[in-house]
Design a protein around this ligand. Structure first.
Ligand SMILES: Nc1ncnc2c1ncn2[C@@H]1O[C@H](COP(=O)(O)OP(=O)(O)O)[C@@H](O)[C@H]1O
Ligand SMILES: [Mg+2]
Length: 293
């Protein structure tokens, strides 16, 4: 067993309240990017590296709670072992002045923000392939994400998209998890019932991709696909059937995990009928490594 975060916690510090302009060791907070249930994400300047970063800082009342501290520690450990161009890289995680600070490279916006503006099909396809390959990597490492949705993908320059927020992620051990947490709207029927598996991540990923191309999100129980004609416009039949298969309401009819989904994708040469995007079994991984941070 690795040491618990608790032993790194400096109880001599009463955390100061954070404001824009506050200093936390080498970081200066410059803006607020997001506020979740338990953490605030700030834009900040790393004054040593002279680079912009995103700092995820859990509210101090959660850091005081042993259970949340364990959850946080799990999130950080999982992100620390992910090394993939499609997964947001952890830069730093430690206590500073009583706050637990998790640092990441700063992205431009989330996929959810980006989806409010027009997206070309070629760009959406480029994103889709990067997203599938990122989730395939996590699954290869036995990590279930459990909260795949547009807000948890961050965009960078050169059309790079990265998955983040492994706050609900678990190492798959084969046992069933009783928790049904995840985000309503993108979670699979079985995850809503408390039984998430790799197939549930495949479902959420398929739904996000469906949303990118169609502008619509199917509703529970997912037996009809809204805006289907818009979705498949200009798309190869094979790609359409891969996405349809990944969002089948019955888990056993989907791909077993994102690795299997990526394998199916890699057999397609032209996912769009205008041939604006070319995929080959070989170029798929190399197209991904050229984006290494
Ligand atoms: N590296 C980043 N660059 C830019 N924005 C980010 C970054 N990380 C997070 N955000 C913003 O903060 C929000 C919350 O971050 P996230 O890690 O998903 O935490 P939460 O657990 O609160 O959902 C994201 O949806 C996004 O808007
Ligand atoms: Mg999130």
């Amino acid at each position: 067993m690795a040491p618990s975060l608790k032993i790194f916690k400096d109880s001599t510090h009463t955390p100061t309240s954070l404001r824009i302009g506050s200093r936390l060791d080498k970081y200066r907070l410059t803006g607020r990017l997001g506020e979740g249930g338990f953490a605030t994400v700030y834009a900040a300047m790393d004054l040593v590296e002279d680079r912009k970063v995103a700092l995820k800082i859990p509210d101090s009342r959660h850091v005081a709670n042993a259970q949340s501290l364990d959850d946080l520690h799990r999130e950080v450990r999982i992100m620390a072992k992910m090394e993939h161009p499609g997964i947001l890289k952890l830069k730093d995680a430690r206590f500073i002045d009583g706050h637990f600070v998790i640092a990441f490279p700063l992205g431009e916006e989330t996929l959810a923000d980006r989806l409010t503006r027009r997206l070309s099909r070629a760009t959406a396809m480029d994103y889709a392939v990067q997203m599938i390959s990122a989730v395939a990597y996590a699954h290869q490492k036995s990590v279930l994400h459990r909260d795949i949705k547009p807000e948890n993908f961050v965009l960078f320059s050169d059309q790079v998209i990265r998955l983040t927020d492994f706050g609900l992620a678990r190492i798959e051990t084969g046992g069933h998890d009783v928790s049904g947490s995840g985000t309503l709207g993108f979670i699979s029927p079985e995850q809503a019932m408390g039984k998430p598996t790799y197939r549930s991540d495949v479902f959420s990923l398929g739904l996000v991709i469906y949303r990118m191309f169609s502008g619509a999100v199917p509703d529970y129980p997912f037996d009809s696909l809204p805006a289907f004609n818009r979705f498949r416009k200009g798309m190869s039949r094979d790609f359409v059937s891969i996405i349809k298969k990944s969002i089948d309401p019955t888990p056993s009819r989907r791909f077993r995990d994102a690795v299997a989904m990526l394998n199916a994708i890699s057999k397609i040469r032209y996912p769009l009928t205008d041939r604006s995007v070319t995929l080959t079994g070989d170029s798929l991984p190399s197209a991904m490594t050229r984006r290494a941070a």
